[in-house]
Design a protein around this ligand. Structure first.
Ligand SMILES: Nc1ncnc2c1ncn2[C@@H]1O[C@H](COP(=O)(O)OP(=O)(O)OP(=O)(O)O)[C@@H](O)[C@H]1O
Ligand SMILES: [Mg+2]
Length: 394
């Protein structure tokens, strides 16, 4: 079972490439579900077919849908919010501040991924191709399940017993109804399910770009953030390449693109870089999309696995001074100044260019101190040595 998520800067051709890939894979005999999580819903336009929130077969082996279903746990979520507002209000926080605190961003967006997970788990499809929103939004979306889960675990009571335990502290007035407990458990289960889908070995991200310096710069930053959150890139698709020849204007563009294309190749070592030409007309409708897919992948497998290699790795590296561990995280293209590292109890907090990941440290590292860190060859390396206060002595 493969899940391939397509993302990239606005307008570069994500929807077109996702549809071309899905159409090609279906034509090769696999059962494919093509999903759009983008609320702009241009997938229907690219396919030239009406789509709904349930899969419709648009060709043998190829079904598609666009996710609209925000109603899914909206109800549960509003119960939870009302409870939180009461709870925080009861704790002496003003009603307005309490309202603001509970405007937890992104709970709605999780729905989209949650629905993708349900379809992926249905056993009906060999491949699920997801046409995502532009990069920034997609990155936020992919980071969300972990962030929300973290929040839920710490800020919200996750167990009935804990929830009950809070009531006396707050004067007993805010004992939650079962509906609240259910809403927390449901949200938590949805988050775990979505995270499992994202962490699944068969899930990877495909970055679509055009051969322009600004677009490449954004793609490089996206690669850093994807790696930070443990999402694997499987390839890079360069769209709208202008064929050389013809008049001076065209030749100039072709030369400029060719220079950027070289930078694309050096920017993503080890990753396949596939190319699609600027077509004479918009590639709309299945025949045009299948042709584009065939052009894009040639004789290569459109579902090839991402390259091997651990994004996150922990090793024991004892030396003369004693026990020592190294935790490394792939952070391609990250600049030294843009990386911040903090230790908070059993967590290592890594922030890169405004994106933060709270990494739960494996038990042994939880009993260590961070004694050094550096960034080299696209990896952040953090060195740990035993904390004398926590390390068991022989
Ligand atoms: N190789 C190509 N040649 C010509 N036109 C193309 C090509 N690829 C995409 N297009 C056209 O460019 C426009 C934008 O493409 P598309 O909708 O796939 O981009 P997108 O990245 O999904 O955009 P958005 O960020 O708005 O979701 C569409 O009209 C599409 O038909
Ligand atoms: Mg699109």
């Amino acid at each position: 079972m493969r899940v391939v998520l397509f993302t990239g800067k606005g307008g570069v051709g994500k929807t077109t490439m996702a549809a071309a890939t899905a159409a090609l894979v279906a034509a090769q005999g696999q059962k494919v579900l093509l999903v759009s999580t983008d609320r702009a819903h241009s997938l229907a336009d690219a396919l030239r077919m009406p789509l709904g929130s349930e899969p419709v077969e648009i060709d043998p082996g190829l079904s598609a849908l666009q996710l609209d279903a925000l109603a899914r746990f909206e109800q549960g979520w509003s119960v939870l919010r009302r409870y939180l507002v009461d709870l925080l209000g009861g704790a002496g926080i003003g009603a307005v501040a309490a309202e603001e605190l509970t405007l937890l961003p992104g709970a709605e967006e999780i729905l989209a991924l949650s629905a993708v997970r349900d379809h992926a788990a249905s056993g009906q499809w060999d491949v699920v191709v997801v046409d995502c929103a532009p990069t920034a939004e997609t990155l936020r979306l992919l980071a969300l399940p972990r962030a929300l889960q973290w929040y839920l675990e710490r800020v919200l009571p996750t167990h009935r017993r804990m929830v009950r335990g809070l009531a006396p502290l707050l004067g007993g007035a805010t004992r939650p109804a079962d509906a609240v407990v259910d809403a927390v458990s449901q949200l938590s289960a949805e988050l775990l399910g979505v995270q499992a889908l994202l962490d699944h070995d068969g899930t990877s991200v495909r970055l679509v770009l055009t051969a322009e310096a600004v677009v490449l710069a954004e793609a490089r930053r996206a690669a850093t953030t994807l790696a930070l959150f443990g999402h694997r890139l499987d390839s890079v698709l360069v769209n709208r390449l202008i064929p050389g020849g013809g008049d001076a204007w065209r030749a100039t563009w072709a030369a400029a693109q060719s220079a950027v294309l070289t930078d694309v190749e050096t920017s993503f070592p080890g990753l396949p870089v596939r190319r699609a030409a600027y077509q004479g007309a918009e590639p709309i409708g299945l025949p045009a999309l299948v042709a584009m897919g065939a052009d894009l992948y040639g004789t290569e497998d459109p579902l090839a696995d991402p390259p091997a290699g651990d994004l996150l790795d922990v090793r024991r590296t004892p030396d003369d001074e004693g026990e020592r561990f190294e935790l490394t995280i792939a952070l391609p293209h990250a600049e030294r100044d843009a990386v911040e590292l903090a230790r908070s109890g059993d967590e290592l907090v890594v922030t890169v260019g405004g994106y933060r990941r709270q990494l739960a440290l494996p038990g042994v590292l939880g009993r260590c101190q961070v004694t050094g860190a550096d960034l080299a060859q696209g990896r952040l390396r953090v060195v740990f040595r035993p904390d004398p206060d926590l390390w068991p002595t022989a």
